[in-house]
Ligand binder design. Structure first.
Ligand SMILES: Cc1cc2nc3c(=O)[nH]c(=O)nc-3n(C[C@H](O)[C@H](O)[C@H](O)COP(=O)(O)OP(=O)(O)OC[C@H]3O[C@@H](n4cnc5c(N)ncnc54)[C@H](O)[C@@H]3O)c2cc1C
Length: 201
């Protein structure tokens, strides 16, 4: 099967992008039968955090638990699949990408969102320009060159730290949502947001 979008990285940026794309079902006709795949090797920075400044959770919540609960919630969505593994190569072009993992599996997707954090970027096959991270607190971190819609190249978007954002959970999640909406907006040819509303009784 071919996925609508393959998201590489299942930290806060990748999971947020997945939630947003999944929630477009029922809002955008072209999303009705689409599935999203998240591939993650499990090394999110959030695993090390003690959160005292992210108001969506209790003060002092452990990042590892927050991430686990977000991941489990995303896994319950019927249009999202989750695979554990390391992506080593992405080939193809917009509408027709092939994503290869270290264990030799190949997944097909129409679009790509890269949400791989800022420690390194070693995925082969993409024509991505790797830059020193402009907003990292310490040297040696990386980001990808992106345009104003966080596109790395046609059909490939970046989100979170690898898109050059500051290292805070709320920013990473906002960035994942933003990149997902940019992707949907590019396809729809107009600005897209996804809101669900409480029904009046
Ligand atoms: C010690 C520490 C404390 C922190 N404390 C706070 C805090 O108090 N408040 C706050 O707001 N923020 C805090 N942060 C920052 C926060 O954790 C990060 O900003 C956030 O996790 C970034 O999200 P991200 O999704 O961009 O990247 P990450 O969370 O790093 O996720 C990237 C994911 O991509 C995966 N990946 C990378 N390459 C591949 C590949 N080739 N194939 C498959 N998967 C891949 C990684 O394994 C990882 O799971 C802290 C960070 C650290 C390290």
């Amino acid at each position: 099967m071919k996925y609508f979008t393959i998201i590489v990285g299942g930290g806060p940026a990748g999971l947020s992008a997945a939630s947003t794309l999944a929630s477009a079902k029922g809002h955008l006709p072209f999303m009705e039968d689409k599935k999203i795949l998240v591939i993650d090797e499990g090394n999110s920075d959030l695993n090390k955090a003690l959160l005292k400044n992210f108001p969506a959770v209790d003060i002092g919540a452990k990042g590892v638990e927050v991430l686990s609960s977000m991941r489990e919630r995303v896994k319950t969505l019927d249009n999202v699949d989750f695979v554990e593994g390391k992506v080593v190569e992405i080939s193809g072009q917009d509408g027709n990408f092939k994503v290869k993992t270290e264990d030799g599996k190949i997944f097909e997707g129409e679009k790509i969102i890269l949400a791989t954090g800022f420690h390194k970027f070693d995925i082969k096959g993409l024509n991505a320009e790797i830059l020193p991270h402009a907003k990292a607190p310490r040297p040696g971190k990386v980001m990808l060159k992106v345009d104003e819609k966080k596109r790395v190249s046609p059909g490939v978007y970046a989100a979170g730290l690898i898109a050059g954002e500051q290292t805070m959970v709320a920013i990473a999640m906002g960035s994942g949502t933003e990149s997902a909406l940019n992707l949907l907006s590019d396809l729809a040819g107009k600005t897209v947001i996804i809101h669900d509303v409480v029904k009046k009784s």
